[in-house]
Write a new protein. Sequence first.
Length: 202
Amino acid sequence: MRTRGLPVFDKQGNLKGYRGVAYDITTEVQQRECEFACNEKVDRALEILSATVDCFPGAVSVYDHELKLAFANSKYYALLDLPMAQFPVGARYIDLLYFLGERGELRGGELSDVIANHMEMAQSGEIHTFCRTRPNGMCIEVASVPLPGGGFVRSYTDVTAVSELRWKLQSSEREIQQLKARLNAAQLEIDRLQTTTHRAAG
């Protein structure tokens, strides 16, 4: 119960008692207890989610419908070499783009145009996958999945070794093709010489 009242005095100024009202706040208290319990469950769920995502081999970030950072695991800051203090929860996605662009990590034209393309991509509500090579040579595969109501979940995976292997395979294929071309040319020259020799002998 919650009570509220005022003292009552007689004509001589003597306290006679109190006059007031009492409120039944049982429902209010129950609602508060329920909210507290729900908040505890949410906090616990977030702790579990954070621990689970930190076990993911790559970096993960979540941006909400306002394109503000809602969650990121520790690998997100480590893999992209981002200062955590500058990009805490609530940081704007466009600020991240400008930070990366000024560091020379966004290529493909004028920085303003590249950033506009990235913002359009983030707001498109579509799945995107692309690779980006950092100035230090690291190749990162980026996969972005839209969230209901706006925003996206994005994963970043270091695929430098795979990229280097792919490049080596492509280089080997080119060398094989060049070798085959040389062999074919050599065979044609041998055939021509043999034909010339036979004619001379005849």
